[in-house]
Design a protein around this ligand. Sequence first.
Ligand code: URA
Ligand code: CA
Length: 478
Amino acid sequence: MRTVDCIQKKRDGLALAPEEIRHLVRGFVNGSIPDYQMAAWAMAVFFRGMTPEETACLTMEMADSGDRIDLSAIRGIKVDKHSTGGVGDTTTLVLGPLVAAAGVPVAKMSGRGLGHTGGTIDKLESIPGFRTELAPDEFASQVNRIGIALTGQTGNITPADKKLYALRDVTATVNSLPLIASSIMSKKIAAGADAIVLDVKTGRGAFMKSLEESVLLAERMVDIGRRVGRTTVAVISDMNQPLGYAVGNALEVSEAIGVLAGEGPADLRELCLELGSHMVVLGGRAASAEEARRLLERLLDDGSALLKFHEFLAAQGARVPGEADRLLGRMNGSANGGVPAPLGKEAALRLAGLWRRQLPAATFTREIAALRDGFVTDIDAEAVGSAAMLLGAGRETKEAAIDHAAGVVLRRKVGDRVEAGEPLAELHWSGGLAEGRTEQASRLLLEAYRIGDGKEAPPPLIRAVVTEDGVRMRNAVL
Ligand code: URA
Ligand code: CA
C-alpha cells in the first residue's frame, strides 16, 4: 500500500478503507511515514472531512497504538467524563465524589496540567499529604472499597494521538471535527471507560465557537461511542465566561468543597448535576436523568457527597483534620459499624470548613477594580486562565513547579452590576514571582471583563444534550 495513494484518495474526497487508515496510523507511529505525508493527509481531512466509519476506525487505531488500561478488576460500570476544555474546570473534583456517593465506581487517571491552570492531579496535590501515585492493585482495591480513586497517568497511552496532535498543532489542522472527535474518544477508550459523558464547551474560548458546530462535534463523538460499544452522552455547555468563581488549584478545591457541601456557585452546581445525572444513568444507578438528578441533589444537600470526598482524601493520605475525626465520630457513634448516616447540612458545612483550613493560602491578594459603572456583559475565560497562570497557578513547561495557592477569584460574573472602583476580581499570589507578573496579570484580567450599559442575562449554561437518540436543545433553538 502506498501512502501517497491514501493521501490522494482523501484529497479527492473519497473515504479510506480501514486497512488504509491502519497503514497511516501505524506507519506514522513507527516512523515509516514521515511528518510531511501525515501533514498532507491531515490537511486533506481538514478540507474533505471523514465519514463516520472512517472516524470510528481512526479512533480505534489510535486507542490501540499504545497501552490500554485494564479496569476489569473494578466492579461495576466505569463511566468516564471528559471536558473539551474549560478554564478552571472544577467539575471533575465535584463529580468524582458525587457520582461515587451514588454508587458509580470512579477510577480516574489524570494528567498534570500544562498551560492555563493545573490538571485535577495538581488541584488535589494542593491538599497536604494527598498521594497521587497509587500502585495498580492499590488503585483497583480502593475503588472497590470506597468507590473512588485517582492516580497519575502511567504507561504509554495513545502515542498516535500525541504525535498527530503535535503535528496538527503546527500545520493548522487542529480544528477539524473528525480529528478532534477521534482524538478525544481514543484517549477515553484507551483509559478503560465502559461509558463516557462529554462536556462539549461552546462559545468564545472553546474549540467550537458556534452551537451548530458544537452539536456536530458532539454527534460525531456519540456516534463513535455507539459504533465501538461505549455508550456516550454529550452535554453542550456555555463557555462565554469561566465556570464558578475560582481559577487556581487550592482555590478550586475550596470551591469544589463548597458545592459538595450543598452550596454554590450555582453554575458549577448546575453543570455537575447535569453531567452527573448522565453518569449515574450510564452507570446503571438510575432509570432516567430526572431520577438521577433528584438522587444527586439529595447527596449534595445531605452531606453524603462531602463525606465521600472526605473518605477519598483520607484513603489517599491527606492529613485529616483532628476535629473532623471527632465530628464524624460523634455523628457516627460506635453503633453502625463505620457507615455514617447522612451528615446533614450543618455538619457538612463544618466539615467543609475544616478541610478548607488545610489548604494553602496565598501570601498576597489584590483587587482589580472596575474603571466604569455598568453591567458585566462578557468575561474572556481564556484571559482569566492566562492571568492565573502568570501568578504561578499553571506551568509553562512540563517540569515547572506550580504555586498551589495562586490564582484568580472572580467577584463579578456576567449580568452583575458594578460601580467604578468596585472589585471585579482578585489576584492571589505568593513571593518569588518574576518582575512585572502581577501587573501583567492585572491588565489581562481588567481587559477580560467587558462592561456595558444594559443588563444582559447570563447566557444559558446548558445548551443541548446529545445521545444516541438524537439532539435535545435546552433554552435555545438552533
Ligand atoms: N482535545 C483533544 O484531546 N484533542 C483534540 O484534537 C482537540 C481537543
Ligand atoms: Ca472554577
